[in-house]
Design a protein around this ligand. Structure first.
Ligand code: HEM
Length: 126
């Protein structure tokens, strides 16, 4: 097990995570069918996002919440989807990484997912 400490580690983690996501029965369709993700665009954004969150390098300039509202409008992003997202994220981290940043990557994702789930539900009620 190694520490999560370089940009290369982040790229590896994010790539391994999305390898699981695209094949996942519960949430894969959001990426493959709803958003029809352009991976050449999306992956570098995610590397920058996690680099900013974990290393404080402000390379990500985007709106992580805002990006999800249009997806939520096409198909409701619900509790079970966030649970599955987290399950895949946490298992990917735990397979290869340990230490403070690995713990932080779990903790931050849990908080963001919780807030995102709340905002998506609220948006559906308005
Ligand atoms: C059920 C849960 C989730 C689903 C289905 C989902 C799906 C997506 C999709 C389809 C995109 C857009 C990709 C594109 O059009 O190129 C996206 C972007 C993004 N997601 Fe998620 N997401 C989920 C949860 C999360 C969580 C918990 C986080 C953060 C911890 C997160 C962080 C981001 C970021 C940073 C972007 C890029 C936004 C930008 O354009 O700058 N997502 N997500």
């Amino acid at each position: 097990m190694k520490k999560l400490e370089t940009r290369q580690d982040i790229e590896h983690l994010v790539n391994s995570f999305y390898d699981k996501v695209v094949h996942d029965e519960t949430i894969g369709f959001f990426f493959n069918d709803v958003a029809k993700v352009n991976w050449d665009n999306h992956l570098p954004k995610m590397y920058a996002f996690w680099e900013s969150v974990l290393f404080g390098q402000m390379t990500y300039k985007g709106n992580p919440m805002g990006a999800h509202f249009p997806i939520n409008e096409v198909h409701a992003m619900e509790k079970q989807h966030f649970e599955r997202w987290l399950e895949l994220w946490i298992s990917t981290i735990e397979e290869e990484f340990t230490g403070e940043n690995a713990d932080m990557a779990v903790y931050k994702a849990q908080n963001i997912a919780k807030l995102m789930a709340f905002k998506m539900e609220l948006a559906r009620r308005l």
